[in-house]
Design a protein around this ligand. Structure first.
Ligand SMILES: NC(=O)c1ccc[n+]([C@@H]2O[C@H](COP(=O)([O-])OP(=O)(O)OC[C@H]3O[C@@H](n4cnc5c(N)ncnc54)[C@H](OP(=O)(O)O)[C@@H]3O)[C@@H](O)[C@H]2O)c1
Length: 300
């Protein structure tokens, strides 16, 4: 194996290899020198409620626990989102190319987030651009239920999420377009109501007059026992959850790259004063060349 590559056998039968060449400094090892044993401890904590003592976990794992521990702690409904963006706030080029804005540690992080939540949510734009599988492949853990927000049912059935059967998949659309026991490929079609007021106003993508109400989307998922939700993108989708006050956490990983154009990360209606800007509690994590900003909106 090359010096800058690390391979690991996973309990789900896969081998993971990631390039850690840019990350070989002590403080980053917790993220890129994969702590499988500790990761499995975390999974146990999250899914089987096996207690871990965050204070006494031996080094170098405390930073791993610091980042993921809060996401596992409660049993209540919890919504977290993640975006990987350039220094100038772009998540993809104008053509939708986004593989990859951020580096290997953040990509691994994204898979870990999938493994910690009941469901992973993406917008139709992400499926159209990336044809993502949304499964857990770079770390141990079960696949979450996959949820695609496609209000107008503009996506064809050929995308992998609708065909590969790798995990339960839901397509959420405008309630007027969801038939009884409706399916889209292998996915189940569920309807959600639109926002009562112009939720989409001010957002870059105004292709719908009013978007689906994020609270209604969460209600539809909760009715199926899915209460811990990971919103994986893209920018429009995350922005709508943020604008509706539906996010407990937002992870923004910033990569040292300037695109100067492209699909924006967060886009909200204009504010006139700086006092109107949102100031979440923020912790920073070193992701090699990138920095993750862990923003809490309900940390008290
Ligand atoms: N760097 C990253 O972290 C990252 C992560 C994910 C994706 N990406 C990239 O981001 C790009 C896609 O992002 P995007 O912001 O353009 O699109 P997106 O958020 O993936 O999808 C937006 C679309 O999803 C539907 N949608 C989402 N939330 C909705 C709501 N509450 N109500 C109604 N409809 C809703 C709408 O479909 P309609 O248009 O049909 O109304 C909306 O236009 C792709 O290029 C992808 O590669 C980057």
């Amino acid at each position: 194996m090359e010096n800058n590559k690390r391979s690991h056998e996973l309990t789900n039968g896969l081998t993971r290899t990631i390039d850690v060449s840019a990350n070989l400094v002590e403080e980053n090892l917790a993220y890129c020198e994969i702590p499988d044993e500790n990761w499995r401890t975390l999974l146990d904590y999250r899914w089987n409620r096996q207690p871990i003592n965050l204070e006494t976990t031996p080094p170098p794992w405390p930073s791993l626990m610091a980042l993921y521990g809060p996401l596992c702690a409660g049993q209540d409904a919890y919504v977290a989102a993640h975006l990987g963006q350039s220094l100038d706030g772009r998540i993809a080029t104008v053509t939708g190319a986004s593989h990859f804005v951020t580096g290997p540690v953040d990509i691994l992080h994204n898979h870990r987030m999938r493994a910690l939540f009941d469901a992973v949510v993406v917008g139709a734009g992400t499926v159209a651009s990336d044809n993502p599988r949304l499964t857990v492949r770079l770390c141990d853990g079960d696949n979450p239920v996959r949820v695609v927000l496609d209000p107008r049912r503009r996506l064809g059935v050929d995308f992998d999420v609708f065909q590969d059967g790798a995990a339960e998949t839901l397509l959420i659309c405008d309630e007027a377009l969801a038939g009884d026991r409706d399916r889209h490929g292998l996915s189940m079609v569920l309807g959600a109501r639109r926002a009562a007021t112009g939720l989409a106003a001010g957002l870059v993508d105004n292709s719908v007059e009013t978007g689906l109400c994020p609270h209604a989307i969460l209600e539809v998922l909760a009715a199926r026992g899915l209460s811990r939700i990971f919103v994986e993108g893209g920018g429009v989708t995350v922005s709508r959850f943020l604008q509706a006050g539906c996010l407990d956490r937002l992870h923004i990983t910033v990569a040292p790259m300037i695109l100067g154009s492209g699909r924006p990360a967060i886009t909200l209606p204009p504010v006139e004063t700086l006092a109107e800007g949102r100031r979440p509690t923020v912790r920073r994590f070193d992701f090699g060349d990138d920095i993750l900003f862990d923003c809490g909106f309900n940390d008290g």
